[in-house]
Design a protein around this ligand. Sequence first.
Ligand SMILES: [Zn+2]
Length: 270
Amino acid sequence: MEHKRKILKGLEHRLYEHPFDKAALEKLEAIPFLTKASEWVTSNLVERVYTVQYTGSNLKVTNKNYPIIHQYLEEACRILDLKKVPDLYLQWSYGINACTIGAENPIIILNSGLIDLCDEDEIMFIIGHECGHIKSNHMLYHMMAQVINFIIDAISGASLISGGIQYALYYWNRMSEFTADRAGLLCCQNQEAMIRTFIKMAGLPIKEFKTIRTETFLQQAHDFKMLDYDNMNKVVKFLSIADESHPWTVMRSAELLKWIDSGGYKQCVI
Ligand SMILES: [Zn+2]
């Protein structure tokens, strides 16, 4: 089953970024308040406050204690040409997932369930997704999306600002997932594994893991009707930003399949 993954030396994130991510980011960057907000985030050590809860609670993974897990990350960074290998932690949770927090010094946190319930390529898909967020410099705005209400309260005069900023951030946050998924696929380089990961995340019970049927899920993803940019924006206004409650596995698979069909994936791995 093992296959050698290609190292994508010199890979540029712009080559594979999702157009919805780019469009939403351009809108965000045009909001003057966010420059102020990012200065506030830096001067108030939000990254430290934010990361300390993870570094103070979870298991740090190194090459010495859990070399196999650390090697997944090292390989992902090599494949995606990510210059600095971020710190890696494990947290006890059985949702098949991971997250990245921080901005200047981001750390990746993998759920124990990801390691126990996924095979190597599936793990590489998720780790590649997280590395993709770092590679595309998503982290500062990601952190702001988490704490934006707090920032708006904290900066005097900011109460005049409408809820539009929150929504713009939440919306971009969601769209950035599409880009990160592309990085995940570029990292694992196994489309079947990508689909299997989404099936598991979408709710397949462990008892059924031995008989995963990718064809029916592929059909479901092909049949899924994506909203256009504006309507998607409206939907996001009503949604929580919590990935756990809305992992959007079918929609994300559909977007990745479209990218593969368009030849975008191939262009990056050639
Ligand atoms: Zn993500």
